[in-house]
Design a protein around this ligand. Structure first.
Ligand code: PMP
Length: 338
């Protein structure tokens, strides 16, 4: 018999898939690490389990305890799987920008979901940072995860995602491109890959409305860079401890519209049905193409599944209302249907 003892044992070892049509004007080999094959349908399953196990090990999380986190959804899903299997309660504090599907999914796996406004300062008592901290103080036997500053986040990607990428490319990877939110994925993977080969280039994909790119280039935390945006999962208005800027070779910024359009293209032209930050990552990669030589092996990581965005980017009315449904997509649809 060949089975896992519980769902948590199925986390990781996600496939890598070559991109063909969407990268056709790039000569390098472009491979996508498709993280929706994880049981919670995102890369965040890895770090969620690692954060829980590390907190259990040093007594921050005690039997029957309540896990509390301010999460955009995917980390919540990973935490929920760990909480169900290991017998913890979970409260997810989420912003009203997140898709309804994400909230419903979290509730389906037993989490309590608290919704906070998006457009308030992090220090505002209504912000999801403040509300999650307050709940953690007020709830007995609670553990506040804090994925932004929790070192187990990057460590999970150092121990798992990095080695998987290295092995799947037979050590031939030359560039890694990935969206940056808490920074756990980029920093953990970058640390592993650069230890194996310091010449591997690490590219972060940021969004307009976020501070990362400017901070990386100038060392200045510029509040004027901060405004609201649609893309979920990447970009921040804070500097999380998990972003290790010294391991990152450069950032590129992608617009909400491009992120939406390129996510749709991935579904239509490659059959890879992913979330909006994956469209950002792909468009970011295309923006960086002058850095890639024909013999290079470029790996891009797709964080989550398109199923969480059915009511958004995969809904033509939602796309049209924002002016995102342009010729690019119509052409892609025509191409596929002709
Ligand atoms: N894309 C999605 C959909 C995410 O949920 C996240 C996690 N915030 C990211 C990208 C960025 O990953 P990280 O937090 O590891 O930087």
């Amino acid at each position: 018999m060949n089975y896992a003892n519980n769902i948590l044992e199925t986390i990781g070892n996600t496939p890598m898939v070559r991109l063909n049509k969407v990268t056709e004007d790039i000569q390098a080999t472009v491979l996508a690490k498709v993280e929706y094959f994880n049981p919670g349908h995102s890369c965040k399953d890895r770090m969620a389990l690692k954060m829980v196990e590390d907190a259990e090990a040093d007594g921050r999380l005690k039997p029957g305890g309540t896990i509390i986190e301010g999460t955009s959804g995917n980390t919540g899903m990973g935490l929920a799987l760990a909480a169900v299997v290991k017998g913890y309660k979970l409260i997810c504090v989420i912003t009203d920008k997140q898709s309804k599907e994400k909230m419903d999914i979290l509730r389906a796996v037993g989490a309590k979901v608290v919704v906070c406004p998006t457009d308030v300062e992090p220090t505002d008592p209504r912000s999801y940072y403040s509300v999650s901290k307050r709940l953690a103080e007020e709830t007995p036997n609670a553990w506040y995860v804090n994925q932004y500053d929790n070192p187990s986040n990057a460590q999970a990607n150092y121990e798992q995602t990095g080695p998987e990428i290295w092995e799947q490319t037979n050590g031939k990877i030359t560039h890694f491109v990935v969206g940056v939110g808490t920074g756990g994925t980029i920093s953990g993977v970058a640390k592993y890959l650069k230890e194996k080969n310091p010449d591997v280039k690490i590219w972060g994909v940021d969004t307009y409305g976020s501070v990362f790119k400017k901070y990386h280039e100038t060392g200045i935390f510029d509040e004027n860079e901060v405004y609201s945006y649609v893309t979920e999962g990447i970009g921040e208005d804070i500097l999380p401890k998990n972003v290790n800027f010294s391991l990152i070779d450069g950032f590129t910024k992608v617009t909400d519209k491009d992120a939406a359009v390129y996510t749709r293209k991935l579904a239509l032209q490659e059959g890879i049905f992913v979330g909006m930050s994956s469209g950002s990552a792909l468009k970011g990669l295309l923006q960086l193409k002058e850095h890639f030589k024909p013999d290079d092996v470029v790996v891009v990581l797709f964080h989550d599944s398109g199923s969480r965005y059915i009511g958004k980017i995969f809904n033509d009315d939602w796309m049209r209302e924002r002016g995102y449904l342009d010729e690019e997509i119509t052409k892609a649809v025509d191409l596929i249907q002709s």
